[in-house]
Design a protein around this ligand. Structure first.
Ligand SMILES: Cc1ncc(COP(=O)(O)O)c(C=O)c1O
Length: 306
């Protein structure tokens, strides 16, 4: 489905008309993938639109850029203010938000350092990523033949544009095989993450997710879910997971800004089953929090009209 057009896109400090938000064909990021981005969501609340974990996303954008030695010409606060303005200008109640730090037109070549660093932020209305049915009843996951790229190949702690070739290869393979989403194993053969999601399992009442040292992105939804679990007294550990741990899980789910909290109902055709109690508890809490229905977690929301 094409991206639904809205009125404005923010580019290097300017509100540009949607149809004029273009870049030159010789923009180096387009050729070599040297750029970093974020995926953020704003949700409709009783107080108007609010961005979930806004500061954490913009801080991760800065960290990603730092890993790639790109100096972002805007502070975290400036990017947050620009995003709030953009949502207001486009009169959106909820949306997906895509900040991008890229190398602008100028130099070309494999040394990115001399190129000018530019920033854009786009917003548009966006529904569920893995489908309403997936949110409700769970998705079918397939372990990919594509390995998660190793952190000494491309640093996995950076949400780098070029890294997503790895994710897309896995996603396409899973879809073509009739599954909803992929599970990528890392270079050691252990469970890393989905193509654009972190992964959790529940075994004997304990919530488990692989540690960051397994080469997974430090997901902001992952961090939020861990906070919820701790506050709900759900036992939680970070632990490496084998492929068979997925097969034998009592419950499993993906977390991500796009996917939100999505139950996994089977892995490689091994039935995990309908969403279990811990998955449902965390999923319900997540949706209540993002919609501003949990005063305790209002700190996770950045309200557009302040
Ligand atoms: C590879 C990968 N893992 C995990 C995630 C989940 O991260 P977050 O919850 O911050 O969206 C994403 C999405 O950003 C991702 O692309």
């Amino acid at each position: 489905m094409p991206i639904p057009a809205v009125s404005k896109i923010w580019m290097d400090g300017e509100m540009v008309d949607w149809q004029d938000a273009t870049i030159h064909i010789l923009t180096p990021t387009l050729h070599y993938g040297w750029g970093v981005f974020e995926g953020v969501r704003a949700y409709e609340t009783a107080r108007g639109p609010a961005v979930f974990m806004h500061r954490a996303h913009m801080e991760r954008l800065h960290r990603s850029a730092r890993i790639l030695q790109m100096e972002v010409p805007y502070s975290v606060d400036e990017l947050m203010a620009a995003t709030r303005d953009l949502i207001a200008v486009n009169e959106l109640q909820s949306c997906y938000i895509r900040p991008l730090v890229y190398l602008g037109y100028g130099e070309m070549g494999l040394n990115p350092l001399p190129s000018k660093v530019s920033v854009s932020i786009a917003v548009w209305p966006w529904g569920t990523y893995l489908g309403d049915e997936g949110l409700l009843n769970g998705v079918r996951a397939k372990v990919s033949s594509w390995q998660r790229i190793g952190t000494n190949m491309i640093p996995t702690g950076a949400k780098a544009a070029g890294l997503y070739i790895n994710s897309s290869l896995a996603k396409v393979e899973a879809l073509k095989a009739g599954y909803d989403e992929a599970v990528l194993l890392n270079e050691h053969g252990r469970v890393a993450e989905g193509s654009g999601e972190n992964i959790f399992v529940v075994k004997d009442g304990v919530l488990i997710t692989p540690p960051l040292s397994e080469g997974v992105l430090q997901g902001i939804t992952r961090d939020a879910v861990v906070t919820f679990a701790r506050d709900q007294d759900i036992p939680f550990v970070e632990s490496p997971l084998l492929r068979q741990d997925l097969y034998l899980a009592d419950e499993a789910f993906y977390t991500g800004t796009a996917a939100e909290v999505v139950p996994i109902r089977s892995a490689d055709d091994r039935e995990i089953g309908a969403p279990g109690p811990i998955t449902k508890q965390l999923q319900d809490l997540f949706f209540n929090v993002v919609k501003g229905k949990e005063a305790k977690y209002d700190w996770m929301l950045d309200h557009v009209s302040q």
